[in-house]
Write a protein that binds this ligand. Structure first.
Ligand SMILES: C[S@@+](CC[C@H](N)C(=O)[O-])C[C@H]1O[C@@H](n2cnc3c(N)ncnc32)[C@H](O)[C@@H]1O
Length: 441
């Protein structure tokens, strides 16, 4: 989950949500407490295999956490709010980088949501969270009506404009010629046909179907050529529109498709490409972004396949003056986590004991999803903070802490850049570059 996603640390309290929205109450399911230390012998969840429960849950979350009153038609896709929020936060990261670069803080942000669906979920969230403005397009008449009703219900007509477009339209014909847009986002129909949809071709034997019910009608989830063809059409329009839109982005449901799309972008010599992965429980999604904006040449990182994986950076802390091994590791970890948080680098602690002279230690598996360090100003600030932290704690023990770099096929890591650096900063840079560029062969 994105580090700023509000559901990352705070899972919804389903009972509290149902008190806020009583129509969710019938869908609550009691779950036995997993440990005897929990205050109550059971907690509440909802039945994620029941589409009604999912619909009520989405409406409850939107209402309680974002102040949005939304009606979701029975025969249309039910958006998973935490997952949709990941995409919004990733866009924020892309825009934030640009804003800092060009000093445009406070400027009105205008985005396009291609295929907004009956919920109009992305524009509603983007407006509620960030005050963004949207052009929301949709081909399905019933969804256009429902999306417009949701906009009106929340009195957001001055920020969100829902338009019906033809099946052939993606961007050209929908966007206004004289208007500059900050981003395009899209959750395209995933499947090529019924077989693709019902056989769940995005699943593998390693990754069984998730326990959630797949909502959504055929008109919403299928398109000729599937998501690859749909995103190819966005690419094709972007080659004409170029800098009229700053960031072109799309979500993808299959990892293999990400590679195809990156190859397509490379074929067209698109100068800057980024990608990320959204993980929500057992559901994995990918997203790709590209831009033609000026001044980014130094980040045109289409590195070729076969790059060497760099070795993890081991940071050894001198042995002598640390009180206890356990407190040494915890203190260093505490500071590392704070710094990784600042850099928006996700991490998981792996509870391993490392042998060797240092004795006890632990590992953090890190995954960086966005470039947060390119600017000198930021880098300076980070360096300063690390120096201050190092001074405060006087790292003085023989413990060792490692930051590990992602790189497995499953997590989408692409391996790191060149050799290891001489400090946290350079190590993190390597890790993130490995995960940001489209270089997997
Ligand atoms: C997977 S749904 C996404 C709905 C919503 N954005 C969400 O995330 O819940 C894809 C949507 O794209 C719409 N769509 C298909 N082709 C389109 C096109 N050419 N232009 C705009 N919308 C289109 C479908 O009708 C459907 O509502």
């Amino acid at each position: 989950m994105h580090p700023r996603n509000r559901y990352r640390e705070h899972k919804p309290d389903f009972l509290d949500l149902a008190r806020h929205r009583p129509s969710l109450m019938p869908y609550l399911v009691r779950k036995k407490a997993s440990s005897s230390s929990e205050p109550a012998p059971y907690s509440h969840t909802v039945d994620f295999s029941n589409p009604e429960a999912l619909r009520e849950l989405a409406c409850a979350l939107l209402s309680k956490d974002f102040g949005l009153e939304v009606v979701l038609p029975e025969d249309r896709l039910v958006p998973m709010v935490p997952q949709r929020l990941n995409y919004i936060h990733w866009l924020e990261d892309l825009l934030m980088e640009e804003t800092e670069r060009e000093g445009e803080e406070g400027k009105k942000v205008l985005g396009v949501d291609i295929g907004t669906g009956a919920s109009c979920i992305y524009p509603l969230l983007g407006t509620a969270v960030n005050g963004w403005h949207f052009l929301a397009t949709e081909v399905d008449g019933a969804s256009v009506q429902s999306a417009s009703d949701n906009v009106t219900r929340n009195n957001l007509q001055d920020k969100i404009s829902v338009v019906k477009v033809s099946l052939e339209t993606v961007l050209i014909g929908a966007v206004c010629e004289s208007q500059h847009y900050d981003f395009v986002m899209c959750n395209p129909p995933f499947y090529t046909d019924k077989k693709d949809r019902y056989e769940g071709s995005q699943r593998t034997s390693h990754r069984p179907a998730p326990p959630t019910f797949s909502t959504g009608s055929e008109v919403e989830t299928m398109v000729e050529g599937g998501e690859v063809e749909f995103v190819r059409r966005i690419i094709s329009d972007s080659l004409t529109l170029r800098t009229q839109i700053r960031w072109y982005t799309s979500m993808l449901g299959k990892k293999a498709n990400m590679k195809t799309i990156c190859q397509e972008l490379k074929k067209h010599q698109v100068p800057v490409v980024r990608w990320t992965q959204f993980v929500q429980g057992k559901t994995h999604r990918w997203a790709v972004a590209w831009t033609f904006a000026d001044g980014r040449g130094e980040e045109s990182l289409f590195l070729g396949p076969g790059r060497k994986k760099s070795q993890p950076l081991a940071l050894s802390v001198p042995h002598e003056r640390m009180e206890t091994a356990a407190s040494a590791v915890e203190r260093v970890l505490h500071q590392l986590k704070a710094s990784l948080g600042e850099l928006k680098i996700e991490f998981e602690r792996e509870a391993v004991e490392m042998g060797g002279e240092g004795g006890r230690g632990c590992q953090l598996a890190c995954e960086a999803r966005t470039n947060t360090w390119s600017h000198q100003r930021k880098r300076k600030r980070l360096k300063q903070r690390l120096e201050e932290q190092a001074q405060q704690t006087k790292l003085q023990s023989g413990e060792s802490v490692q930051t590990l770099q992602p790189g497995t096929e499953e997590d989408g890591g692409g391996g790191g850049g060149g050799g290891g650096g001489g400090g946290f900063e350079s190590r993190e840079e390597n890790a993130v570059k490995g995960n940001e560029v489209c270089s997997r062969g």
